[in-house]
Design a protein around this ligand. Sequence first.
Ligand code: AMP
Length: 383
Amino acid sequence: MTSINLGNVLIRSDLNVPINNGKILDNFRIIKSVEYVQKIENISKNITFISHLGRPKGIESSLSLKPVADEISKLLNRDVTFINENIYEEIENLFKTRNKEIFLLENLRFNEGEITNENKFAKKLAKPFDTFILDAFGASHREHASIVGIGNYLDSYQGPLMSKEIEELDKVLSKTKGTFSIILGGAKISDKLGLIKNLLPRVNNLLIGGGMCFTFLKALGHNIGNSLCDDELIISAKEILESADGKKIILPIDFGVTKSIVSNKREDIVLSDFRDDHIGIDIGTQTVNKFQEILSKSKTIFWNGPMGIFEVDEFSYGTKEITKAIAEMKVYSIVGGGDSVNAINKFSSLDKFNHVSTGGGASLEYLEGKALPGVNIYNQLII
Ligand code: AMP
């Protein structure tokens, strides 16, 4: 592969990171996206990154990728030219005089044609470039111009980060040897039910904490007070629990609760002590111990979602303990992205986990068994 020259390369990355008032709150996706720059640079003329950020309606300055250009520049310790939409069409001219430079284009979603996968937009985007690399696993569940449409106009490859994500998530889908445990949390049960249905036959233990456990507990007839519950999904939760595999599902037995989330006041109770005004905000000590024991006997763990409202110190106990425990275990650990990454950054360190996905929503959909529009549609770029 090193003998080829890719010319002016366009890399579709997932640089969709939380930004507040121009300040990047979490640069994990950016770090992973620029990891391969040096290797790709050896076989290219210039490298240009593209990405979406948020869900703008037209051009919204608060969703500009400019802070990301500054962050890439900081991480790589070199200049990054940011191309805003006004000089977008001049990029071809720029390339005539630039060599071995890094560019970042403005938020793709400022262009209507991006999410409608418009051919005209894909063609315009492709024009200044020789090669396209799709390396945005986190956006691969979208049938957008910068994912699929652009492949009609350029020599296209699947990038190394994206291939690594697929390889790691395939380990979860194919069930490795030995005990395999999944631990799920977070607020939304809706985006994880598909994954549960798909993976339940392959898994030995499914531990459920976070806000999503309360829909399951209510389905079993328990009082959950004012805790988060998706009433429309109680029947689905019940069906899963009643299925032959339901016995693999382990739910919390004790909880941190509060009467007002803003008060930050915590009380610890067992399940039978739930009162109508209690809101479950964390798992309790007995549950942490039980979960740790099961996880420690596993060979592979897939983890997605915090065990409670971990952003608030008083409600973070369960997430903190589970994060630290998995980090220290001799297991193969795969983390599904999203808020679990924030929890790891807060309570442990990313290098203590075997694979941390940049994917979030895309990893959940992939693990549901869905064929994602952008996955494995281009040949792998081996560098
Ligand atoms: P998700 O995007 O579904 O993974 O949800 C992540 C969010 O779930 C985090 O911001 C947590 O604060 C929140 N969360 C976790 N446990 C609870 C709970 N028991 N009640 C309300 N929110 C929760």
